[in-house]
Write a protein that binds this ligand. Structure first.
Ligand SMILES: Cc1ncc(COP(=O)(O)O)c(C=O)c1O
Length: 378
């Protein structure tokens, strides 16, 4: 059954994301695509996967797409094939999902965190202080769908001869100066986790690059080190995009532009409706960007009270993320203090993500905004 918003005078059950509504809107095509995978037993490899590679390259205007099992692997594969490993350091943001930093460690390198700016993305003015003779790369994350300051980051990378891998897991179609996320650096990595702006029906991911050698190396590494069956040039890993996920993504990809426009509609409507609520901090949009609004995060004090109140109105919220990476137990060895990463710390303490998805109706958006206002108006 589709999730139907139920409303009485002061309660409306709004989903945080509505994957069922999206499935219902493309059900015929999805069901046919899945049936075709089953009929042809095209579970691993096959035309759905090669079609997705070609479709994504065309859609992004990029020379190479390397499909793989998930967005975490995409980061790991890219770094490994750039030769990053033991003794190296990789600079990244202190606010992201742990995939961004755990994959650095997995290569044998050391993650080095840099605080975020007022847009919640890596602060380029704080990067150079963290560069050492061991630094090999920077991984900017376009968090929540907001573009990082790519011109500044690319200038630093050029000056210090560093690779740049853009983590685009949350920024499908985001753009700065009309240039999309993933096309600025040496490679861009994508997650197609179901809740992402382009989501499969299980785990899936890819990386994109205009570097032919890097693409070939990544393809080989993701396939047990073989470009040709049984010819293992090196040891690699098993990171395949499976046929079912590729078939789902091929159906969804042509809808992505429209869904992104709808997300923008919701995000901008929240900004308009909440503009005069002085108790909250709204996301600021970087100039000349397309923000793909994977997450709409506001900042509030007494977050758990706001969250509880909104829940009582049928408005679910989430926190992205309750621990910035330097403050996770996994990185306790770094002995970070809030003063080291003040903006990421503030984000972890006060961020509150509101429901956002392309199918959200204006009535639902207005209800969320009114509920926030009613909380602050007592
Ligand atoms: C910023 C970021 N990077 C990487 C990933 C990893 O993607 P996946 O879950 O497909 O491995 C995610 C997914 O949540 C993410 O949000």
């Amino acid at each position: 059954m589709p999730v139907t918003p139920q409303k009485n005078s002061d309660k409306m059950n709004i989903p945080f994301v509505d994957l069922k509504a999206q499935y219902d809107s493309i059900k015929t095509e999805i069901d046919a695509a899945i049936a075709s995978v089953l009929e042809n037993t095209a579970f691993i490899g096959g035309e759905h996967v090669s079609d997705f590679k070609a479709n994504f390259e065309k859609f992004y205007g990029v020379d190479h797409c390397v499909p793989c099992a998930n967005g975490t692997d995409a980061l790991y594969i890219a770094m490994k094939m750039m030769g990053i490993g033991a003794g190296d350091e990789v600079i990244t943001t202190s606010s992201s999902w742990i995939s961004t930093s755990e994959t650095i460690t997995q290569t044998g390198a050391q993650p080095v965190f840099v605080d975020v700016d007022k847009y919640y993305t890596i602060d380029p003015t704080k990067i150079e202080a963290k560069i050492t003779s061991n630094t090999k790369a920077i991984i900017p994350v376009h968090l929540y769908g907001q573009m990082c300051d790519m011109p500044a980051i690319m200038a630093i990378a050029k000056k210090h001869n560093l690779k740049v891998i853009e983590d685009c897991a949350q920024s499908h179609l985001s753009a700065l100066d009309n240039k999309r996320a993933g096309l600025w650096g040496d490679a861009g990595t994508f997650s197609f986790y179901p809740g992402k702006n382009l989501g499969a029906y299980g785990d899936a991911g890819c990386l994109i690059t205009n570097d032919e050698k890097l693409a070939t190396d990544c393809k080989r590494y993701a396939n047990h080190g073989a470009l040709v069956k049984h010819q293992h040039d090196i040891e690699g890993i098993n990171s395949r995009l499976d046929g079912l996920q590729a078939a789902v993504l091929n159906v969804k990809l042509p809808h992505l532009s429209q869904w992104t426009t709808e997300r923008e509609r919701v995000g901008k409507r929240y900004l308009e409706l909440l503009a005069d609520v002085s108790e909250i901090e709204l996301p600021q949009l970087r100039a000349n960007t397309l923000h793909s609004f994977h997450v709409f995060g506001i900042k509030v004090n007494d977050r758990s009270k706001v969250q509880e109140y909104l829940q009582s109105k049928g408005v679910p919220t989430q926190i992205h993320y309750p621990h910035a990476m330097p403050f996770m137990k996994a990185y306790a060895y770094m002995k970070a203090t809030p003063a080291d990463y003040p903006n990421s710390y503030d984000l972890q303490e006060r961020e509150l993500s509101l429901p956002i998805y392309p199918e959200m109706t204006d009535e639902q958006i207005v209800f969320v905004a009114d509920s926030i206002k009613s909380y602050f108006n007592g």
